[in-house]
Each structure stands twice: as structure tokens, then as C-alpha cells.
Design a protein around this ligand. Sequence first.
Ligand code: UT7
Length: 323
Amino acid sequence: MIAGVGAAVPAGILTNADLEKTLDTSDAWIVERTGIRQRHIAAPTETLTSYSLVAAQQAMARAGVTAKDLDGIIFATVTPDRRLPSAACDLQAALGADRAWAFDVVAACPGWLFGISVAEGLMRAALGDTILVVGAEKLSSITDYTDRGTAILFGDGAGAAVLKRATDDGRAILSTYMGADGNLASLLHIPGGGSAEPLTEALVHEKRHLIQMAGREVFKAAVLAMSRSTDAAIDRAGITADDIDIMIPHQANLRIIEATAKHAEISMNKVMVNVDRYGNTSSASIPLAIAQAEAEGRLKPGMMTMLVSFGAGFTWASVVVRW
Ligand code: UT7
């Protein structure tokens, strides 16, 4: 079961009006095409670990566990503070979780759902009773702020959940589903900076260390994969769409969310949306939306909850939880 969720974002805010000053774009276009009004952006000195630590400590307090109780840490991110070692090891040290194993999951936007699925499997295999799953990004560090097709979309943030064994009250993860299609990788990727094309001055000059995206193609693939993922999650949980009390989807674009909800025949008043406040925070987006839904009283224990996401890879995933 998901015993506690926490979230944190850097204080700095980049509004659509700010972007209007540097890009050929407008608040009206961004709101109409994406639903985004602002995003939180980390200051250069603010590390991923610093705000992930806040989210993790909040999740642990809500779950009633301490760092010493953690058996493991799974950290979903594409923007670790450094290439080596993992973001999970940096967080383990910051928390003082000295009993916990720690590793990263690289699955882009659905990374946190991949992490939840892996944690659930490890628990079933008796490899942990209390596992921290973090989804956090500093996407501002890999965004090209001269490209209006991507600069308007991304934000920074962190979310975390503590998973514990299911209890007798029925609160549990009821189904998980993951998929990938690496053939379409180049539609949303960072071409350089890996071992095939190590960082050089020329590579940085050509901005090959930053995100490149074919927006329209990714949009279509997102709607298709998010729709199929909701079908799969519902099927695997042995429920119907009518049983869903709340859907908390990846927050990439309001139009993608609306199309997914329409496909699943889930009314928009059962769908959590906060893309207006945070933009697309990749792996942090679902836990950020969960934390807000709980704070607003929209998500309560016992609710049938659908989580669904899509991202670079392509990758997609869905999870049904009796909250
Ligand atoms: O996290 C998961 C992965 N990411 C996503 O799910 C993102 C998926 N894609 C999208 O959300 C949308 O495709 C975008 C928001 C990125 C773009 O919206 P769109 O409605 O697909 O626009 P488009 O790329 O088809 O472009 C339409 C027009 C183009 O102009 P022309 O060629 O018609 O003259 C673009 O150059 O809009 C132009 N445009 C902009 N105009 C003002 C593109 N970006 C902007 C902008 N401001 N920021």
C-alpha cells in the first residue's frame, strides 16, 4: 500500500509572461495549447537532492516511518545531480537511511510509476517491507530556453511515497502495467552527452545535451499510450471505469489529459489537473498531483485511484490503487 506521499518544489517561478519576454510566444497560446500558466524552476545552487529530501521526509512523516525503517530507496529521474553514483545513493546519504539499498530508475515521465511497480514486486519477493519511491527532476538543467516548443513545457519538482505491505483494511496496489517502444526514441530525446557522444565544447555549442522533441508526434503517441494504459490497468484490476473515484494522470498537457479521460469515459470532474501550476515535471508530476489532491481533500483513503503516465522512450505505465 501507499502509506504516505510528500512533495516539494523549488521556490522560483517562471510564468508565461516571463517567457513572453524572451521567446516568440504568448500566454494565450501556451494556456490554450497546454493549460500551463507557470512552472517552478530551481536556482542554480539548488540541487535535486535538496528538494527531493524535503519530499521524502514529508512522505515518511505521513507514513509514520523514520529513515532507519527504510529497506530500500528507488529514485526515478532523468536529471540526477551527477552522472555517478545514483540520485538514490545521494538521497540515502542525505536521509541517513543506512539500512536501505538504493538505485535509480530511468524511465522518463512514467518513471515514478515504474518505481512503484518495481517496489511492489520486490515486496512480493520478500526483499523489503518499507520502500521509499521518489520521482524528482531538475528539467530546467536540460531544457533549451531558446526553443519555444519545449521551453514552455517543463518545470522542476519532487514527489515521494513510502510503500508498505498491504493491510487488512483493503488499501492496496491492485494492478500495475508497464510498456515501452524504443523504436520511437528520437522523437523525444537528448542526443548527446552519453557514452556514444561524450560531452565536448562543440556538442554543448550545438545544444545536443538538451531535450529535443517532435511535439505533435509525441502528442499523438501520448494520447494513444495513455488511453491503452488506462484500459490495461482497469482490466488487470478487474474493475470498470465506473469504479474509478479519481484519475491522477501525468501532467504534460491539459489536452492529452482530456483526451485520455474521454477515452476511458471518466468525467473530468474525477480527474486531478495541476499542470497549470507546475508544467510538465516528468517523474515528479503524479506524486505532486497526489499530494495536492490529498491536501485539497479530493483524495481520501479507500478511493479507487487510477494513475497513468507516458514519456520519452517511449515508455508508459498505469497503476490502480485502493487508496
Ligand atoms: O511528458 C510527456 C512528453 N511530452 C508531451 O507529452 C508533450 C506533447 N506535445 C505537446 O504537448 C504539444 O505538441 C506542444 C504543446 C508541444 C505543441 O502544441 P501543438 O498544438 O502540437 O503545436 P504544434 O507543434 O503542432 O505547432 C503548431 C504551431 C506551429 O506553427 P506553424 O508551423 O503552424 O506556423 C508552431 O511553430 O504553433 C507554433 N508553436 C508555438 N507558437 C507560439 C509551437 N510552440 C509555440 C509556442 N508559442 N510556444
